[in-house]
Ligand binder design. Sequence first.
Ligand SMILES: [Zn+2]
Length: 325
Amino acid sequence: MVIERRVRGKAAEGYWHYCQTVAGGSDGAGRLELRRTPGAGTRQAGPEGADAVIRSGMLFFIPTVLPVIEKLVKLQTVEVERAQLAQAARALPAETAQAQATLEKAQRESASLSDAMTREETLRTRLEREIKTHRDKATRYRTQLDTVTTPAQATAMEKEIAFAVAEVERLENEEFESLERTDQHETALAAARAQVEVAGNALDKTRERVGERQKENAARQAELNEERESLRTEIDADMLARFDRIAAHRGTAITKAQNQQCTGCRIGVRPQVWNQLRDGELLACDSCGRMLYWDPSMTPAEQPAGKQAPVNPDPPAMAKPRRLS
Ligand SMILES: [Zn+2]
């Protein structure tokens, strides 16, 4: 249901006449046609054609954002996401490289342990050979001991036997130590081989995941590029050039003003600028040069102050128009 209603309101100064079309009865949103009563005050209470809402018989403006601001903000959102995706895309090969490096490290560890085991085996083969040589010598000397004729010869032979026996013992100890090292290597090698398998699987999964994300990323980039091109055709060329120039310099070109501050550089804006922003203008930040706008949806809804008046009887008294989120 659409109700045509004429209301008269008192702004801060002077009177305003509103012709409004309200959908949905006394409480609801509608499109306002705003006309100034001749001789009324100059203070602007709301732009012509502003959205407004009637609540409990009070008229509230819903400040609107200029379409160009909306488009610029959208364009910036697209640009920011494009940049994030590009950064993510650049980071993806590093993930594969990291997994590859982990696998190669495990492979090197495994190979190094294998080599160490081979060296121990070679060492033991040599030790076995030397042990056999000394054992043979000891046997030979013992045989010769039976045939010596002088005590001096016997002493010399016994010395030789003792030396050979000592050498056998020393070499056997060395062999035992080598076997112990081989045991440790075997345990470490089993762990390293398991690690190689784990790292190999991880690399496969990483490659798969990276491939999927690259695909998703490319698809989203294509969407964004399309949206970007479409938005750019809707924005005036001079405005676009300004946007590009600031974006190239600052990273972002358009930013909200909030709490009388530029959210881009956190520097306060002059009261006059703040008022203009609140009236929906697109301005430049004095400090960082970014395009500055005010987003009405960021401001919490204000409650009507003072006595509330009904919309009817005609003409009704009306509170000072306030902005609603
Ligand atoms: Zn700024």
